[in-house]
Design a binder for this molecule. Structure first.
Ligand code: MG
Length: 397
């Protein structure tokens, strides 16, 4: 089986996207462009290694972009003054791994999909050089001095993409020759093969495999990604108990219910809201109330528990998630919960910014059994269901 390496060219200073940071290190919907580009090849079963050509000054950026990858990611290689020089450095740099085939790819194209990589690899079984192309859809004019000279017949015009695939020893040789000849004007690697008189075989490119050049490209890409981002459904459970002490009422779901006792606790002891809050933290995998609001910290003494619930709801939002529904059960003999359910539901709906029909509040006794049955305190349990953007990438983006 052929040994196939990917060489990603990320040495460009690429300030055309408008920022201070080279565009391959800019965040795109929460992940750096280079991270996405490398990741697009990571899981391909036929790709044995991925090396990146970088500008030596960008090593810190590179390290943060690649921290998540394992051994399939090879050591970075220092780029040169031009794209062509950078690719040549990269080709020399991966020589120690003795690849049979190399796919040379621009870092600013993070949307390579597996099928495109498959087409390239398949093309390389019978050809020395393989280029992905897409048909030109605009009518093309040849213009000189602001005046149209002619309309160019577009049937034979195609846009060239990367990755471009080559027999490794051959493309290494061609780059070496180009350097010896001091020909430095090649803007892609297929051009070098063409100039050497080789047949460059074309395969179908991918319309999604766009090069991110301008700030607008980045903004459009963000929108597309947000739409394609897969969501996953998560559930969390919460459980809490507070004991009674002498007092004049209990607070449940933010509603004060007059009663001959109150609940003991560091905050307002809203046992129901605590269970619900913990269910949300649970769905996020983010600890519990005690993690975020340590009882040892005096600033939370006597605080309204809506502070905790609001925090959990905000965390869901920060993670790009959404609450689907919550279901809460309050367990006690007394006070009677039912008359207060509408007010409690309205309170939770307001805090969670959620329609009341997505919020269930139930109450039960324990038939006089156990600590709740003996009226020593109140227990509450809750389940929350949320959606979150899936960790990892949807396939074929
Ligand atoms: Mg509690």
């Amino acid at each position: 089986m052929s040994k196939i390496l990917v060489l990603i060219v990320a040495a460009g200073k690429g300030v055309r996207a408008g920022g201070e940071v080279p565009k391959q290190y800019v965040s795109l919907a929460g992940r750096l462009v280079l991270t996405r580009t490398i990741d697009a090849f990571m899981d391909h079963p036929l790709v044995t290694g991925i090396a990146t050509v970088i500008s030596p000054g960008d090593i810190d950026y590179y390290q943060s972009a690649t921290a998540e990858f394992g051994e399939k990611l090879l050591a970075p290689i220092d780029g040169g003054k031009t794209r062509q020089e950078s690719v040549y450095n990269g080709l020399k740099g991966i020589n120690q791994h003795q690849p049979d085939l190399v796919l040379i790819h621009d870092a600013a194209r993070p949307y390579v999909d597996r099928h495109l990589v498959d087409r390239l690899i398949e093309g390389l079984t019978d050809h020395d050089a393989v280029l992905p192309v897409i048909p030109v859809s605009d009518t093309i004019k040849q213009v000189t001095g602001g005046i149209v000279e002619k309309t160019v017949e577009r049937d034979h015009l195609f846009g060239a993409q990367t990755p471009q695939g080559f027999k490794y020893p051959l493309i290494l040789d061609l780059h070496k020759q180009a350097e010896n000849d001091k020909t430095t004007s090649f803007t892609d690697d297929a051009s070098i093969a063409e100039a050497a008189g080789l047949d460059v075989y074309c395969v179908e490119g991918s319309i999604d495999n766009q090069k991110l050049t301008t700030r607008r490209d980045m903004e459009m890409a963000e929108l597309v990604l947000a739409q394609k981002q897969k969501l996953e459904t998560r559930t969390g459970s919460g459980f809490d108990v507070h004991r009674f002490e002498p007092g004049d009422g209990v607070v449940l779901c933010g509603v004060k219910i007059p009663f001959g006792k109150q609940l003991q606790g560091h905050s307002d002891a809203d046992v129901a809201m605590h269970a619900l809050t913990d269910a949300l933290y649970g769905a996020l995998g983010e600890g519990d109330i005690g993690t975020h609001f340590p009882p040892s910290d005096p600033q939370w003494k006597g605080v309204a528990s809506s502070v905790f619930l609001k925090h959990a709801v905000e965390l869901v939002g920060e993670r790009g998630g959404k609450i689907i529904n919550t279901d809460l059960t309050i367990i006690c003999e007394q006070p009677k919960i039912k008359p207060h359910q509408p007010a409690m539901r309205a309170e939770l709906a307001q805090i969670m910014n959620l329609d009341a029909h997505r919020i269930a509040i139930k109450a039960t006794t324990t038939e006089l059994l156990g600590f709740t049955g003996r009226g020593e305190g109140i227990a509450a349990q809750a389940i929350a269901t949320i959606t979150l953007p899936a960790i990892g990438e949807p396939e074929d983006v």
